[in-house]
Design a protein around this ligand. Structure first.
Ligand SMILES: C[S@@+](CC[C@H](N)C(=O)[O-])C[C@H]1O[C@@H](n2cnc3c(N)ncnc32)[C@H](O)[C@@H]1O
Length: 249
């Protein structure tokens, strides 16, 4: 097993115990404005990224597809639609505030029948081996302290033949995109965070954490190291976001 390197919070190296605490405080702070900020920052495009991700699992309702890690965000109702009436969805997040916001939105939509909400750490998922047909993590892996441990944990809970989908910010590959994207991320995002959520620091963390996240090929190798087979990725919006997919065989 590889020894994980020191964790980072944005651009800053931090102690192991501090990373999770600081991530928790970011999301406790942004939870109330999370959805509206996502819409503003991406001009609604985050909904298309999530729709694309969830249009891809070859889920058969008869197979009881499950998922995990959605919190607020739009994956939750897409998952509910995909599993049908007999399937089950588990929404999970380490942060109770984020989970609560997601749960409230589901209640508003009347979507609660086949859904469980659970506070859990992605590094130590509290499920039996071989429990899920599909595991998704959307914009979450970047925030996890030990990403390799989280990938191994997701592998463990998948059934043989099950699939992992990782939707995450990545490295722009479209020509000319990077300088524009950098200018937007480091200037506009903290400003929007300050104006809308009274919290520039959390949105500075967002920009920094994206830059420090493994690029497409590195993440592909991490999935393979965790045991996933047939790993591939698809760039979205010129590589600003990538969808990685792998199977447990
Ligand atoms: C950017 S939000 C993404 C929320 C949602 N999935 C979406 O797509 O909008 C990142 C989430 O990852 C959660 N998170 C961070 N570390 C985690 C961990 N170790 N285990 C589970 N969730 C974690 C945070 O609490 C936060 O809610």
């Amino acid at each position: 097993m590889s020894i994980p390197t020191a964790p980072i919070f944005g651009f800053e190296k931090v102690a192991w115990a501090d990373k999770a605490l600081r991530v928790r405080s970011v999301f406790a702070s942004v939870a109330g404005k999370y959805d509206v900020m996502n819409d503003l920052m991406s001009l609604g495009v985050h909904r298309l990224w999530k729709r694309f991700a969830l249009s891809s699992p070859a889920s058969n309702p008869a197979n009881r597809p499950w998922t995990w890690q959605a919190a607020p965000g739009d994956c939750r109702w897409a998952c509910c639609g995909q599993v049908g009436k007999t399937g089950r969805v588990v929404l999970s997040d380490i942060n109770a505030n984020m989970l609560q916001v997601g749960r409230d939105r589901l209640l508003d939509l009347g979507l609660t029948g086949n859904i469980e909400c659970l506070v859990a750490d992605a590094e130590k998922l509290p499920f039996h081996d071989h429990s899920f047909d599909c595991v998704t993590i959307a914009f979450g892996l970047r925030n996890v302290t030990d990403k390799d441990a989280a990938l191994r944990s997701m592998y463990r809970v998948l059934k043989p033949g099950g699939q992992l989908l990782v939707l995450e910010f990545s490295t722009p590959v479209a020509p000319g995109l990077k300088p524009l994207y950098d200018a937007y991320s480091f200037n506009v995002l903290p400003w929007l965070g300050q104006v809308i959520a009274n919290d520039a620091a959390s949105y500075r963390y967002l920009a920094e954490s994206i830059r420090m996240h493994p690029n497409q090929e590195t993440l592909l190798g991490m999935l393979q190291a965790a045991g996933f087979a047939q790993v591939r990725y698809h760039n979205l919006s010129g590589g600003i976001v990538a969808l990685h997919r792998g199977y447990k065989i």
